[in-house]
Structure formats: C-alpha cells, structure tokens
Design a protein around this ligand. Structure first.
Ligand code: NDP
Ligand code: 8X3
Length: 252
C-alpha cells in the first residue's frame, strides 16, 4: 500500500518544518513548500529514508506561481491526502493608525489569500476522490484580538471563518477540515514580525516556557491519524503560562 501524501506550506521553518518531520515519522510522503530552497533541501536530509519527498518553491501570494508549482507535480504526487495550510506570518506590531500599508498587504496576501490560492489547487482532487483532510493553522489571534495585533488578528480571524466555511462546503465530499489555533510558539515568527530584530524577537519567549513547533506537529499527527469517521474540528493550544491572548505569566 502506498504512503499517504502531505502537502505542507511553510515547511522551511518552524511549525511547518516540524510537521514535515513528524508526518514523515508517521509514514507520510512529504511535499514541502516555501520560498527558501536551501532550507527545503536541508529538511530532506533530516527526513527518514523510507518516505518519499519532493519540494516546491513558490510564493503563496502569487496565484500563478502557486498553480504552476502544483501543476509541475507528477500525477502520483497530486493525489494529496493531507493539506497543511501553515505558511504565514505577522509583520509589525503597532496601533492601527500607525500601521504600515505594506505590512497590511503582506499579512492579508500571505495569510488569507495565500491559503485560498493553495487550497484552490488541492480541493478539486480531494472532492473527486471524496477523501482528504485540510488543516489550517490559525492562531489565538484568530479567536481574540490583542492590542496592536489589529491586521494580523483580522487575518487569523479570516482563517477561522474560512476553516468553518470549508468544513461546510466540503462536508458532502467527506473532506475533513480542521483549525489549529496556537498561542506563543517559539519559531522565526517574531524575527519576521520585528523585521530581523533578534533581540526583540527573543524577548517575546523569555520568562516562560513557550510552545515548541513540535508541540503543534504532535497535534497535527494526532488529528491526521484519527479513524475515518472522526474529525478533529478546532483546537486552541497554549503554553501553560498563557491564559489568553493578553494574559501571560512571565517570571523574569
Ligand atoms: P516561521 O516564520 O518559522 O515559518 C513561517 C513559514 O511560512 C516559513 O516556512 C516561510 O517560508 C513560510 N512563508 C512565509 N511567507 C511566505 C510566502 N509569501 N510564500 C510562501 N511561504 C511563506 O513561523 P511559524 O512556524 O511560527 O508560523 C507558521 C504558522 O503558524 C503561521 O501561519 C503563523 O501565523 C502561525 N502561528 C504561529 C504562532 C507562533 O507563535 N509562532 C502562533 C500561532 C500561529 P519561506 O520564508 O521559506 O517562504
Ligand atoms: C502568533 C501568536 O499571540 O503573537 O499567532 O499572535 S501571537
């Protein structure tokens, strides 16, 4: 019997990379996506030898790049069982009246439109085969709004809404749809948010034990390995120090 195939966006770092490793460990063949090819080549070296691997380089903001990348796959690789819509990031953290419009464009285009462009390529095959699973990586920022989070929170609320919408529209075809909404996970997320300011980024994760990318990957593997009749629909996962999007018990 052939391995199942997972298509993971944002597999070059953080949650996506950890998910690729965990799903490969669970016997999935991996299609790893991102813009940084050297990272995806490094990922391949870390995967077990007994799983299939291929990678695609595209920017989720560019719908032609997304389509061309998907179409470049061999037919066998197009039979995707599991889509992890993970690529995303925050750009900036400032009051809305001071927001940078390029940052706004980036967050809406990557987090929302990118997820749609990728899903648009993969949903038809799942519908035709009447099977498949889509896991969208939202955020606690998609359940609550915190000061200065404005547009990032809006983009993640949109993912929550799209996840619910996908679950409804794909329901007749037996396609499972899930949202995972993490709190603070220690990845490159804050380096991107603070535009390369490593000191500021590191300070986000000081004074408490943040979630690790592997914690989210564990949940993904658990959700992906439930019996056929079981859908894990929605989960919020937080580090123990975090009560919600604004209350964080730090011990500095
Ligand atoms: P990372 O910055 O470590 O990873 C982000 C990934 O997204 C990278 O692999 C990056 O790949 C990819 N990506 C970013 N922009 C694009 C783009 N335009 N086109 C294609 N790929 C892109 O952060 P995380 O692992 O933390 O983030 C993953 C997801 O988890 C995001 O959706 C984030 O919002 C969400 N999340 C993160 C939390 C956290 O605290 N870290 C908490 C809640 C949710 P490359 O640069 O190679 O293109
Ligand atoms: C990432 C977590 O709290 O910085 O989505 O928005 S948070």
């Amino acid at each position: 019997m052939k391995n199942k195939i997972a298509f993971i966006t944002g597999a070059s770092s953080g949650i996506g990379r950890a998910s690729a490793l965990a799903l490969a460990g669970a016997g999935y063949d991996i299609i790893a996506c991102g813009r940084r090819e050297e990272r995806l080549l490094a990922l391949k070296k870390d995967l077990p030898q007994n799983v299939g691997y291929t990678h695609l380089i595209f920017d989720v903001r560019n719908r032609d790049e997304v389509r061309t990348a998907f179409e470049s796959l061999d037919e066998k690789w197009k039979q995707i069982d599991l889509l992890i819509n993970n690529a995303g990031n925050a750009h900036g953290l400032s009051p809305i009246q001071e927001g940078d419009m390029d940052d706004w464009d980036a967050m809406i285009d990557i987090n929302v439109k990118g997820l749609l462009y990728v899903s648009k390529q993969i949903m038809p095959g799942m519908i035709e085969r009447k099977s498949g699973q889509i896991i969208n990586i939202g955020s606690i920022a998609g359940k609550e709004v915190y000061p200065n989070g404005n547009v990032y929170c809006a983009s993640k609320h949109a993912i929550d809404a799209l996840t619910k919408g996908m679950r409804i529209d794909l329901n007749p075809y037996g396609v499972k749809v899930m949202g995972i909404h993490p709190g603070l996970v220690e990845t490159e997320f804050s380096v991107v948010r603070f535009k390369g300011d490593e000191k500021r980024a590191n300070s986000v994760y000081q004074g408490f034990h943040p979630l690790q990318a592997e914690d989210i990957a564990d949940i993904i593997v658990f959700a992906a390995t439930r019996p056929a009749h079981v859908v894990m629909a929605d989960i919020v996962v937080l580090p123990i120090a975090q009560a919600n999007s604004t209350i964080l018990h730090k011990q500095l």
